[in-house]
Design a binder for this molecule. Sequence first.
Ligand code: ADP
Ligand code: MG
Length: 474
Amino acid sequence: MATNWGSLLQDKQQLEELARQAVDRALAEGVLLRTSQEPTSSEVVSYAPFTLFPSLVPSALLEQAYAVQMDFNLLVDAVSQNAAFLEQTLSSTIKQDDFTARLFDIHKQVLKEGIAQTVFLGLNRSDYMFQRSADGSPALKQIEINTISASFGGLASRTPAVHRHVLSVLSKTKEAGKILSNNPSKGLALGIAKAWELYGSPNALVLLIAQEKERNIFDQRAIENELLARNIHVIRRTFEDISEKGSLDQDRRLFVDGQEIAVVYFRDGYMPRQYSLQNWEARLLLERSRAAKCPDIATQLAGTKKVQQELSRPGMLEMLLPGQPEAVARLRATFAGLYSLDVGEEGDQAIAEALAAPSQFVLKPQREGGGNNLYGEEMVQALKQLKDSEERASYILMEKIEPEPFENCLLRPGSPARVVQCISELGIFGVYVRQEKTLVMNKHVGHLLRTKAIEHADGGVAAGVAVLDNPYPV
Ligand code: ADP
Ligand code: MG
C-alpha cells in the first residue's frame, strides 16, 4: 500500500514539531501507560507508543473484518460448548504442553461437578494482517483470535483524537474527517453490564482479576469507568487475593471480602508464569462459581492455537455451525494455511514443507502475549530438534502472512521519532452474552490497529514492538 503522507515523512523538522504536538495530545487524551520502571504506580506515566500518522487500510478489508466478527463470536461460543471437540482437538497437545493441560484439567473438573454459571460472556479480539496477493490486491487473513484479556480497547478509543489533531495541524481537515470514531471500551463494558444484569443480583460487583504490576492500567480503567457510569461497581483483585479472600456459598455464589461477584473479568491468567500453585487454586475456585467468567475456562481453551488450526480442517466449521453456510464461507475466507504437527504423516509433510521454504512459515507454541513464535533460522533449528519427538504436538505451523510494507513514523517515549518501513495488524473487538442456551447479545464493538517496523517478526504493543495506530480507510 502506498502512503498518503509521503512528502510529510521526508521533512525532518516538521516531523519533530508534529511529533511534539501529537505526544502532548496523546497525553491529554489519556493514551497512557505506566512506565517500566514503576509498573505499580500511576505517579509517573508516559504515553503509549503510537504512529504519527494513521495508516492506510482498504475500506473493503475493514468492512470484511467487521462483517465476520459476529460469526467468530458464534464460532468461539460453539467451540466452548462442545466438550467432545475440545477433548479431541487438544488430546495430543495436553500430553506435551503443561499449561494447556492444567487449563484442561480445570475444564474437566468443572464439567464433572456441573457448570454452575448460567450467564456466559465473551469479549474477544480477532486479529488480521493484509496478505499481498499476486494481482496486488491485499486479502484479509486472520492471525489469531484472543479470547482472554484482549487488550487496548480502552486506549484505542482515545487515539482517533490524536490522529485527527495531527491532520488538523497540517490543515488536512478533509483527511482528519476520515479517521473513524472508535469506542471499544464502551462496547466491552456494555457486554459486561449485560452479563451483570442477567446475573440478577443488584448489589453484586464485577471482579477484575488484575496483575500485580500492570502498565496498561488506563486501558482497563476505561472499561471500569464505563461500568461505573452505569452504576456497576468494579473491584480489582489479584489471584493471590482470591485465594486468601474468595469463597463459594452452598449455591456456589462467589464472594470476595464478603461481597457477591456477578462477573469475573480476567486481565491476568493467560501465561504460565502468571500461575503459582496458589493461583491455579484460585482459578479453579472462580471457575466452579456461579459468576459469569470472561472468559470461562472452555472459552479460553477455544482460543488456543491448536483449536485455531483444527478449525481450518475441511468440515469442522460446518460441524460447529450447522445450517449456516454463509457464516462458514465468511469465516473460511479469512483463514491462512494452518498445519498440525501431531506425530504422523500429515505432520511430517508439514515439517518437510517448512524446512524447504522457511520464510513462508511461522512455528507457534500454545502461548499468548507475543514473542513466543519462531521464524526463519530459529524455526528451522527448532523443527529439526522437534522432528523426532512427541513434543512437536505442542506446536502448530502457520503460513506466514506477508503484507506490503509502507512508511510511517513511530513515536515512543525516550526515543527520537523514527520513520521506518512498517506493517499493520487489524483487530476487531467482539462481544457476546449467552444465558443458558439463548444468545442475548452478539456484536462487534470497534477496532484496534497496531503497526510495527518490518524488522520485528513478532510481538504486540505490550511486548514493546508494535505501536497504536488508526486505520485511514481508502
Ligand atoms: P500471541 O498470542 O503471542 O499474540 P500471535 O499469533 O498473535 O501470538 O503472534 C504474535 C505476532 O506474531 C503477531 O502479532 C504478528 O505480528 C506475528 N505473526 C503471528 N502469526 C503470523 C503469521 N502467520 N504471519 C506473519 N506474522 C505473524
Ligand atoms: Mg496476538
